[in-house]
Ligand binder design. Sequence first.
Ligand SMILES: [Zn+2]
Length: 274
Amino acid sequence: MKKMLHIIGTGTATVTKYVNTSCVLDDGENLFLTDGTGGAEILKCFETMNLDWHKLHHAFLSHEHTDHFLGMVWVVRNITEFLELNDYEGDFYLYGHAEVLDKMRAVCRMLLKPKSCSYLETRIHFIPVFDHEERKILNYKVTFFDIESKKAKQFGYHLEWPDGMRLVFAGDEPLSPNGEQFCQEADWLLQEAFCLYDEEPLYHAYQYSHQTVREAGEKAERNHVKNLLVWHTEDGTFGHRKELYEKEAKQYYQGRIWVPEDGDVIDLTQTETR
Ligand SMILES: [Zn+2]
């Protein structure tokens, strides 16, 4: 079973040089999408990254903010087009907490054409998940958790492969204790890093309930995470982000650091042992 992670985007909401943060987990046969980016660029990304819509039957939406939510409307729209053409086998399942799914359902009903809406709840299913609820999705054991955001209700997840490998998607805010409890000895931790520590006064990470590379590194270190991936960043360091972020993370974290670019594909089996 393959364990590939396709990085659709790595930017925060307001960047212009990156696509908003989103990724696809790929087991070789099926895809699992996390968040939709801010819009129709997700269609272009699937095309350029060679991701097959027909292999996408499961997706997760972390919260309602535009940079994660609006692209998922395009995902739903796109799949309804395939359904209309009789070109999509099986159904599509979107997981998320009840509130974000209510909003997605409402937006789709308001904006999509009647034929597309006819597939909502019949072929396109909105699956509400609860804090600490465990679900089998494809071959993964996925446990969802509330990240306890003060801005908008947001969930992350802990995902386990049959062989015991573990990944945590922390959402786009700092880990709270409710999420951090899943991170102990995790093989992969996908965490936001809004900007460099020294540039916090420039980007106001803390004011917007975000964290810097330093805090991301500290949290990964104290949980003995093996691989730390940081994303959901500013774009002022564009062209130098990888070296600058790696350098800072290294000061606080001993494991392997990943600062991916949009479009990168990571083989998750290259897990560091520590
Ligand atoms: Zn965001």
